[in-house]
Ligand binder design. Structure first.
Ligand code: DI6
Ligand code: FE
Length: 412
């Protein structure tokens, strides 16, 4: 049993509260990987008097962060495209010339298992330094039966070996791969008739995602894929209304999706549909920034009663950063979310978008003991500034998986 005392501010982020459940001068107790008590230190029961005590030295303590939208495994880089876009070539024009996602697909298919794994592990290590303890990881750069399953098997291995918990999503419907350019229907059939049964049979994914966009998949193609996925017990997620309003939000509501992600171009009708169907809106402010877009209407979504999550969208093109802290800061500064709303977005609401009902993303009795200690006295103090690595210590299931040593920043 561990008793963490001298917490300057504790954010418990209860699953169904509207706020971050902030408690000043708090203590937190965990045992056997689960939270057993959280509250004001003055109320700490005597029963914990003999337990191992650790001091948070007045720091902010938050639930381990949940990055609920990443494209974790990919090879190569898109440095050439970055420069092209600076010089004025639009993202979609790069894609039409065979760059963009297609370039990463070529590099990922060519990468060895070892190289792909090493790159993913490096990104997970960077995320651990950000306090990220649960990661949703999408495929989508393989786009063949063998390459999509190869990445899902990698995610399973990474989840088993830890330290982070991984939730895997099949995004075979990211783009139509070039070899199917003249027969899109055949690629949709490959997903429905071959990939989905194999993924379900091996239990390799919890969700199926479709990029619904003019340059990717139509709403009808997405509907076909989701209907098949549903029959295999796989949940739905969508890249929706990112570059244009393609009625992605309405489709997410219709198919009972766990989340609709991006939503920069969502319509008022789309917002109403998400609210009525209880679909989580996942905001991806790093991608919005990189593509120079106006942010999604976070305030309108929140006012309509939609849960709004915040994630990185980590990928080599539109969001080349694993910094969930950066996404949170942008959620505050660009999306006008309060620090409490932003933190909930990367904890309790993110867990909701992954349908994790075990208390992940919260620090309430019974939750996994996934915890981050932040080098700031309060949530507002943390998110009113931006620092590359503000986290001091990351704990998963009660075990410290990363700790910054004074001055050195070495792993613990
Ligand atoms: N939307 C995104 O932001 C990423 N995929 C998607 O459907 C971008 C992926 C990339 O540019 O490689
Ligand atoms: Fe994405």
């Amino acid at each position: 049993m561990t008793v963490l005392t001298d917490i300057g501010q504790l954010a418990t982020c209860p699953p169904d509260a509207p706020d971050a459940g902030l408690i000043p001068d708090a203590a937190l107790v965990w045992d056997a990987g689960r939270i057993v008590w959280a509250g004001p230190e003055a109320d700490l029961p005597d029963t914990f008097a003999d337990a191992d005590r650790q001091s948070a030295d007045g720091r902010l303590v938050i639930p381990g962060l949940v990055d609920c939208h990443t494209h974790l495994a990919f090879a190569g880089d898109r440095a050439d495209e970055f420069v092209e876009r600076i010089k004025g070539t639009p993202y979609l024009e790069v894609a039409r010339r065979g760059g963009g996602i297609q370039k990463t697909v070529r590099a990922t298919r060519a990468a060895s298992d070892a190289d792909l794994e090493a790159a993913a592990r490096e990104r997970l290590a960077a995320m651990a330094r950000q306090g990220v303890t649960t990661v949703e990881a999408k495929t989508g750069y393989g786009l063949t039966f063998a390459d999509e399953l190869r990445v899902l098997r990698l995610y399973r291995r990474l989840g088993e070996e830890g330290p982070q918990r991984i939730v895997a999503t099949l995004l075979a419907a990211h783009i139509v791969p070039p070899e199917y350019a003249d027969d899109r229907a055949a690629y949709v059939r490959l997903i429905v008739d071959e990939m989905l049964p194999a993924v379900a049979n091996e239990g390799l994914a919890d969700f199926v995602d479709v990029f619904v966009e003019e340059t990717a998949f139509t709403a009808f193609e997405a509907w076909t894929i989701f209907a098949a996925a549903h029959a295999y017990g796989l949940g739905a997620k969508l890249h929706a209304d990112q570059l244009s309003d393609g009625d992605g939000a309405a489709l997410a509501a219709e198919v009972g999706a766990a989340s609709a992600d991006h939503l920069e171009c969502v319509s008022p009708d789309g917002i109403r549909a998400l609210a009525e169907a209880g679909v989580v809106a996942v905001s991806l402010p790093i991608a919005t920034l990189v593509l120079g877009q106006e942010p999604l209407p976070a305030r309108a979504l929140l006012d309509a009663g939609v849960r709004v999550a915040v994630a990185t969208d980590l990928n080599p093109g539109s969001a080349p950063s694993a910094s969930l802290g950066l996404a949170l800061w942008l959620a505050c500064t660009r999306q006008r979310m309060t620090p409490e709303e932003a933190l909930r977005g990367a904890t309790a609401e993110a867990a909701h978008s992954l349908r994790l009902a075990d208390g992940t993303g919260s620090l309430t009795p019974g939750s996994p003991a996934d915890v981050a200690l932040v080098d700031a006295p309060s949530l507002d103090a943390w998110l009113s500034t931006w620092r590359a690595e503000p986290v001091r210590r990351t704990v998963i299931a009660g075990e410290t998986v990363w700790e910054r040593r004074d001055g050195s920043g070495t792993e613990g």
